[in-house]
Design a protein around this ligand. Structure first.
Ligand SMILES: [Zn+2]
Length: 350
């Protein structure tokens, strides 16, 4: 990787900090559209970490994570470069939508092409103009609309550099997730760029715990890859790896009452919720098909038969994971003292 960084015809020197407004095809009204890119170049050379958010335009949690990161005091001391793109899918963001105007999912269109539909063009542009110029990447997501995720990292954990980054992130759960075709993670993997997907919280909402963990996680990754000095931690966290996960689906249409909190450890055949009609009749109980930990769930109680209710991850020792999640919740919960004025966090809780 060359130490020179060229973007939109500019070559920001070492030690500089700027926002590049990368031009995109305008709106149908002919209003100009840009993708703002933060470029923060440390005085000394080192890795070039890309953090991007809102590839799904309604997954706005990462925008707040990046806002906190770019004003974080530690960023002033980095080696290498921090490239942050708060809104990749600007078109979807404007409409509070996951998708692009052509109803395609940007994160299924990589590597894209110059001559394809708009989603494919945007994917191609982002990949060539930004991703290929970076040495490491973290893509910030939330659950889809009306769903919520326990903070988790999804990555190819059999790749050592990726695994090191993943283990530095203070989430309770790592998912050794297989690659979905067309995702930016797949495209980055083909380029040999170690890549994490951080999934936490829900679309169109700011979840304070998810945001704090995201900020802390990116800073910890910077320490891991040598952009910041490593620190001795008093309580090293031990993330648990799930090799498999699945969604429990609604057995019938109706109103869903969820009975399990996020992060709960469920045993095989445990009751996790009930679907009934809106009048309290025709109840169908929903049981956990196997033991595991709840890492995602629906927040919308109105469900059709087959709708996803609850995302369960499978672990070798789910009991141990329950302890890790409890520790995580007490460390990062809004009630906890950690993070309020912790020097890792520049923003107090409002
Ligand atoms: Zn997403």
């Amino acid at each position: 990787m060359s130490d020179d960084f060229e973007i939109n015809g500019q070559h920001p020197p070492r030690g500089s900090r700027l926002i590049v407004d990368f031009p995109l095809p305008p709106l149908t009204s002919n209003s100009a559209l840009h993708m703002p890119i933060h470029i923060i170049r440390g005085k000394r050379p080192g890795p070039r970490l890309l953090v991007c958010a809102a590839l799904h335009g309604d997954e706005i949690g990462g925008i707040e994570i990046i806002r906190r990161l770019v004003s974080h005091p530690a960023i002033r001391r980095i080696r290498g470069d921090f490239i942050a793109v708060p809104i990749v899918n600007v078109y979807g963001f404007i409409h509070h939508s996951r998708y692009l105007p052509d109803r395609r999912d940007l994160n299924r269109c990589f590597p894209g092409s110059e001559k394809g539909p708009i989603a494919s063009r945007l994917a191609n542009l982002f990949l060539n103009e930004v991703v290929t110029k970076c040495s490491h990447g973290i893509d910030l997501h939330t659950a889809a609309i009306h769903r919520e995720n326990l903070p988790q990292i999804r990555a190819c954990l059999n790749e050592p550099a990726t695994r090191d980054m993943a283990e530095a992130f203070p989430v309770p759960v790592l998912l050794d997730a297989s690659l979905r075709p067309g995702t930016i993670r797949e495209a980055a993997g083909k380029l040999g760029i170690p890549w994490l997907v951080y999934e936490a919280g829900e679309a169109l909402r700011f979840d304070e715990v998810s945001i704090r963990v995201g900020v802390r996680g990116v800073i910890q990754v910077m320490r891991e890859i040598g952009m910041l000095a490593k620190r001795q931690t008093k309580r090293p966290h031990v993330p648990q790896t799930a090799n498999k996960s699945y969604w429990v689906r609604a057995p019938q249409s109706g109103v869903y009452r969820n009975l399990m909190p996020m992060g709960a450890h469920v045993g095989k055949e445990d009751l996790i919720g009930i679907v009934s009609d809106p009048y309290g009749k025709n109840e169908a109980q929903v049981f956990a098909p196997s033991s595991g930990v709840i890492i995602g769930r629906t927040n919308l109680p109105l469900v059709y038969e087959g709708d996803a209710l609850c995302h369960i991850a499978l672990f070798k020792d789910a009991g141990e994971v329950a302890g890790v999640i409890e520790d995580f919740q007490s460390r990062f919960g809004v009630e906890s003292d950690e993070g309020v004025y912790d020097n890792e966090f520049d923003s107090p809780i409002l």
